[in-house]
Design a protein around this ligand. Structure first.
Ligand code: GAL
Length: 371
C-alpha cells in the first residue's frame, strides 16, 4: 500500500517540521447562516471572517473542505506569513475553522520559509493511495514572482497537517504534446517556452482537476503568464507525468477555474492585471487537453460589473453535491492594502444555451438551483 511516508521518500525531501498551530482570536459565536452574501464579511463558526483566499474546495465523505491562503493585515499579508488555512462545512454556508494545515517554516533554508509567496492552494484526494494532495503556486522569499514554481504537500487526513514534499517547475526537458521541439529554438525572438525547456516550465496561477476516470490535471499560467499549460499528474497526484499541452497560446489568462458539464469541459479565467479585477473569459472544450474555444465574457451585469467580474477574480468552480449540474463560481475580491479584508464572491453558474454565465445576486441560497 502506498502511504504518505513512501511518497515522501520518493520525493527525497526532508520532512518539514510542524510549526505551532495558529491561534485565531474568536469573537462571539456566529449565527447559523442559510444564504450566501457575495462580497460581505463571512463569519466562520467562531464569528471570525473566513481567511482562505485564492481557495478551492474538496468534497470528501460528505464534508466540504475549503483550503485557501491565510492573509494578515498590511502589505506583508500579500506574502505567506502563516500558511494554508482550512475550514469544513456540511452545508456550504456554515464553516468550522480547522486551523492552519500547512505552515510556513521558520527555517531560513526552507523553500516555504515565512515571507515566501504561497498562492491558490488546491487539494485533491487520491482514492487509490488514500492520500490528500495539495498543490500551490510557490514563489521563493525575496524573489518577487520570478520563481514561478508549484509546491506539493500531502496528508493522510483532509484537515492535515500537510507535509511539504518540495517544489517543481513543470516538465523539465519535455516538449508539450502540441508543440514539439521548434527548429529555430536558438533564434530570436526569445520564447519562454523554449527558454524554460531545460529547467521546466513556469507555473503561477493554478487549478487542479480530477476527471471521472481518476486522471488528475494541473492547469497553470505559464510562459510569463502568456499561455496556459495543462499537464497530467502521475497516478499518485504528486508529480507531473510528462504529458502536457500549451493552451490558449499568448491569450494571457490567469486564475483558471475549471468544471465539467454534460461531458464538456469549461474554463473561466481572468486577464493579467495583478490584484486589480478585469473581465473574465470563458472557454469550452470536448477534451481537457484542448482545443479550447472562446465563449467570451461570462458576466451578465452592468458594464462596470462585466469589466471587473463583479470586482473579483475567479479561484474555483464548485460542483454542489446532490444537485446534478449545479456549480458555484468562487472568486476573490482582493484587498491588497489590507489583504485579510479580502471578501468572497460566490455566484451560481447559470446557462444561456450552452454558455455558462454569471449574474450578480446580493443574497442567494442553494434553493436557487431548484428553480
Ligand atoms: C494576480 C493573481 C494572484 C496574485 C496577484 C499578484 O493576477 O491572480 O493570485 O498572484 O496577481 O499581483
Amino acid at each position: 500500500m502506498i502511504n504518505a511516508a513512501l511518497i515522501m521518500n520518493l520525493w527525497q525531501f526532508p520532512l518539514m517540521a510542524c510549526a505551532l498551530l495558529l491561534s485565531t482570536s474568536p469573537s462571539t459565536q456566529a449565527q447559523t447562516q442559510n444564504s450566501f452574501k457575495p462580497g460581505q464579511g463571512w463569519p466562520d463558526s467562531n464569528g471570525v471572517h473566513i481567511n482562505a483566499h485564492g481557495g478551492g474546495i474538496l468534497l470528501y465523505d460528505n464534508i466540504y473542505y475549503w483550503f485557501g491562503e491565510h492573509k494578515i493585515e498590511g502589505d506583508a499579508g500579500n506574502r505567506a506569513q502563516v500558511g494554508v488555512h482550512c475550514y469544513s462545512s456540511s452545508d456550504l454556508y456554515n464553516w468550522k475553522d480547522e486551523g492552519i494545515v500547512l505552515h510556513v517554516s521558520d527555517d531560513a533554508n526552507s523553500e516555504i520559509v515565512k515571507d515566501c509567496i504561497i498562492e491558490r492552494p488546491k487539494v485533491i484526494y487520491n482514492g487509490t493511495t488514500g492520500i490528500f494532495v495539495m498543490w500551490f503556486h510557490l514563489e521563493f522569499k525575496g524573489k518577487g514572482y520570478n520563481t514561478a514554481r508549484s509546491g506539493v504537500a500531502i496528508s493522510d487526513r483532509a484537515t492535515g497537517p500537510y507535509q511539504y514534499l518540495g517544489s517543481t517547475r513543470s516538465n523539465p526537458r519535455i516538449w508539450a504534446e502540441n508543440a514539439p521541439e521548434p527548429d529555430n529554438k536558438n533564434q530570436p525572438p526569445p520564447n519562454t517556452y523554449v527558454r524554460d525547456h531545460a529547467n521546466g516550465q513556469m507555473s503561477r496561477d493554478m487549478a487542479l482537476f480530477v476527471d471521472d476516470d481518476g486522471t488528475a490535471y494541473h492547469i497553470y499560467s505559464s510562459e510569463d503568464n502568456r499561455t496556459l499549460q495543462i499537464a497530467q499528474l502521475t497516478d499518485d497526484y504528486t508529480k507531473h507525468n510528462g504529458r502536457y499541452v500549451r493552451s490558449l497560446v499568448n491569450g494571457s489568462n490567469e486564475a483558471p477555474a475549471i468544471f465539467k458539464h454534460n461531458r464538456k469541459y469549461y474554463l473561466i479565467t481572468s486577464g493579467c492585471t495583478m490584484w486589480s479585477p478585469n473581465a473574465a473569459r470563458s472557454f469550452v472544450a470536448d477534451n481537457i487537453m484542448g482545443e479550447w474555444k472562446s465563449l467570451g465574457n461570462p458576466c451578465r451585469g452592468t458594464d462596470q460589473q462585466n469589466k471587473t467580474t463583479f470586482e473579483s477574480q475567479g479561484t474555483y468552480i464548485l460542483p454542489v453535491s446532490g444537485k446534478p449540474g449545479a456549480c458555484i463560481f468562487m472568486a476573490d475580491r482582493w484587498q491588497p492594502k489590507n489583504p485579510i479584508d479580502g471578501s468572497y464572491i460566490w455566484l451560481p453558474i447559470q446557462w444561456e444555451g450552452d454558455k455558462p454565465v454569471l449574474k450578480w445576486l446580493d443574497e442567494w441560497s442553494l434553493d436557487f438551483f431548484e428553480r
